[in-house]
Design a protein around this ligand. Structure first.
Ligand code: 8X3
Length: 248
């Protein structure tokens, strides 16, 4: 099997960390992202093991073109890591900016479905694997996470149902569901408010992008007869609270 991975959102956080771990294990990585200068930095760092593609997950037509126009030597993709995603601000939904909520849906769901559909013929040919970056927010509700959590629940269910459709093809599908990881993710969620982002991680010990990258690498390196359906991870310092009860 070829060792070519296609990673969406490779420019930061878990995407960048996984790019590094996979390349360290002899993979070649096609990395997409919106920020060209970040992609250039990765291209400089990884040389011929990295193929950068500037792309926006919301531009569905462009995603098709990107896959159709993969250059020679980069077409034989055997691993798709659907990592690109974002969380809108944590406002109660009744107060939320609708455009920001819809933007998260387009990025986390529409773009992901499109790129998966475009790459599937190749992944089937290669008996490859798809790893989807879902979240604990898809299983456990919390305040301010209505749309974000729903997009991640979608992702987990999409992964499981895709396994049914792909029965007999040899393609493996995994939903990775992390809790708190310290990356730029929270900075996006707080719309660049560094203090609010730092407060979320204050005095706890979040997971790192490298922790998740290592888990992804482990899943990708398992023998072909073994499929991890769902993998849920949390930092030890994050756990669960009880139901909220409103009292007058
Ligand atoms: C986000 C994980 O725990 O911050 O995907 O909601 S958490």
């Amino acid at each position: 099997m070829s060792k070519i991975a296609f990673i969406t959102g490779a420019t930061a956080g878990i995407g960048a960390a996984t790019t590094e771990v996979l390349i360290g294990d002899g993979w070649k990585v096609i990395g997409t992202g919106r920020r060209k200068e970040r992609l250039d930095t990765l291209a400089e760092k990884f040389g011929s093991a990295f193929h950068p593609i500037v792309s926006d997950m919301r531009d569905l037509e462009d995603l098709g073109r990107i896959v159709r126009q993969l250059p020679k030597g980069w077409r034989d993709v055997s691993l798709l890591l659907n990592n690109a995603g974002l969380a809108p601000p944590m406002d109660d939904f009744q107060n939320a900016d609708l455009d920001k909520q819809l933007n998260a849906m387009r990025t986390n769901m529409d773009g992901l479905i499109a790129i998966t559909r475009h790459l599937l013929p190749t992944l089937i040919d290669n008996k490859g694997a798809i790893i989807n970056l879902a979240s604990v927010a898809g299983s456990y509700p919390y305040r301010g996470g209505a749309v974000y959590g729903a997009t991640k629940a979608f992702l987990t269910q999409f992964s499981l149902s895709l396994r049914s459709d792909l029965s007999g093809t040899g393609v493996r599908v995994t939903s990775i569901e992390p809790g708190m990881v310290e990356t730029e993710f929270t900075l996006v969620r707080t719309e660049g408010d560094k203090e609010a982002s730092d407060t979320l991680y204050a005095d706890m010990n979040p997971m790192t992008a490298k922790d998740i990258a290592n888990a992804i690498h482990w899943v990708a390196s398992l023998p072909p007869h073994l499929n991890i359906n769902r993998l849920e991870l949390m930092p030890t310092s994050q756990s669960f609270a009880g139901f909220a009860v409103h009292r007058d």
